[in-house]
Design a protein around this ligand. Structure first.
Ligand SMILES: [Zn+2]
Length: 179
């Protein structure tokens, strides 16, 4: 099943940066979704995500790119309900958020820790597709909504650790599903 995105396997998997790398705390810049460099970056992000079977989403800053690109595919997560497919989005923007709840999440940039984070469980996101520049609207709920909000945070230089009150909120990772 293939959702919005450049498709194909043309990207190159890159190393995922680990906290506290400074690139993870910097805000990412808007991108031109039809710029060939942006299309290549989107393909690299997707290739990197595909190479991490326990990870359901990544944002460009995690592979050292400062553009506003996210990729996600929540197919394998047991708490998923909505499923937009394997997506790569340029300049994603949260335009609707409701039904807030705590839920467990982890991050490919933070080894071995998870935390309960308050997120909206129903969201609407506007974005553009890398390559065509087509405007898309994604409606997501449950874990997919959580995963997308986690990636949006990366574009603003935020990690899930920034959204929990302290060390007592953290958990040693017991399962392998990262947001
Ligand atoms: Zn993350």
């Amino acid at each position: 099943m293939t959702g919005p995105g450049p498709g194909g396997g043309s990207g190159t998997a890159r190393d995922v940066l680990r906290a506290p790398h400074p690139a993870l705390s910097a805000a990412a810049e808007p991108v031109d979704p039809i710029d060939p460099g942006v299309v290549a970056a989107a393909a690299d992000l997707l290739a990197t995500l595909r190479g991490l079977p326990a990870t359901t989403g990544l944002a460009a800053p995690q592979i050292g790119l400062s553009g506003r690109l996210i990729a996600f595919d929540t197919a394998r997560h047991p708490r998923s309900r909505s499923y937009a497919g394997e997506c790569v989005l340029a300049n994603p923007r949260l335009v609707g958020a409701s039904h807030w709840d705590h839920g467990r999440e982890g991050c490919a940039s933070i080894a071995g820790l998870t935390a309960d984070v308050l997120r909206a469980t129903r969201i609407t996101v506007h974005a553009h597709l890398p390559g065509t520049g087509e405007a898309v609207t994604i409606e997501a709920d449950a874990f997919e909504a959580r995963c997308i909000q986690h990636q949006l945070d990366h574009l603003d230089g935020l990690l899930f650790l920034d959204r929990v009150p302290g060390a007592l909120s953290l958990h040693i990772q017991l399962h392998s599903c990262d947001a």
